[in-house]
Design a protein around this ligand. Structure first.
Ligand SMILES: [Zn+2]
Length: 225
């Protein structure tokens, strides 16, 4: 437990917001020049938005700035019956890192799940893939959504994406979308999945949703389908 606490502390000090944009991953997205340009612009916006939002979140006392799921969000998330998105990890091995401090007075607002490098990363929900890409902090990432488009799921620091995962791919709970790694700004000796659930906001891009603490709803271990 001590070692685990230390790892979490290390994560808390090292990890960033997992957003920003470097070039897309060749071979994953078909060539769509205009779309690529738009996506890269969008991801830059994510980075800027995250920096501003994070600074704002971290500027006041922690208790009053906690971002919590509203009751309707809680009901909806519970109804989704999410599976833990790393194969074989039981609920008790997921530390609460949602409110952990991050660099630049930001708050993590995501859940880190530690596992050996190469462990399958599973789709937590049914739905479809929104985006498969690489960015500076998140490394190799996948954005996905549930069947109703209410929530966005962000999976980061992947060692690699699963074969056949691309924008539009339909997902079922337990589908393998990638493998645990340390791409982006994850400590190289601490492979983990950075998992974030956002409530998609009607007037904003999918990457700009409100982060929700998913950990209370991660109660079912997942195994690859
Ligand atoms: Zn993280």
């Amino acid at each position: 437990m001590q070692r685990h606490a230390l790892l979490v502390t290390a994560l808390a000090t090292v990890l960033g917001a997992c957003v920003r944009t470097p070039p897309g991953r060749p071979g994953v997205d078909p060539v769509r020049p205009a779309r690529e340009v738009r996506q890269e612009r969008d991801e830059r916006a994510v980075a800027e938005e995250a920096e501003r939002g994070g600074a704002r979140e971290g500027s006041a006392d922690a208790a009053s700035t906690r971002v919590r799921a509203g009751s309707s969000d809680e009901e909806a998330l519970r109804a989704r019956g999410l599976v833990i998105p790393v194969a074989g990890v039981p609920p008790e091995r997921i530390p609460d890192t949602f409110h952990a401090a991050r660099s630049g007075a930001r708050v993590h607002r995501a859940t880190d799940i530690l596992a050996p490098r190469g462990t399958p990363v599973l789709s937590a929900d049914d739905g479809r893939v929104l985006r498969v890409s690489r960015n500076r902090f998140g490394g190799l990432v996948v954005y996905a959504t549930d069947p109703d488009g209410r929530f966005v799921y962000y999976y980061a620091h992947l060692d690699r994406h699963a074969d056949g995962i691309a924008e539009g791919t339909k997902l079922a709970k337990g589908d393998v979308i990638g493998y645990v790694g340390t791409t982006g700004n994850a400590p190289k000796d601490t492979p983990h999945l950075h998992f974030q659930v956002m409530r998609r906001e009607r007037d904003k891009g999918y990457w700009e949703g409100t982060p929700l603490d998913a950990r209370p709803f991660l109660v079912e271990s997942g195994s690859p389908r």
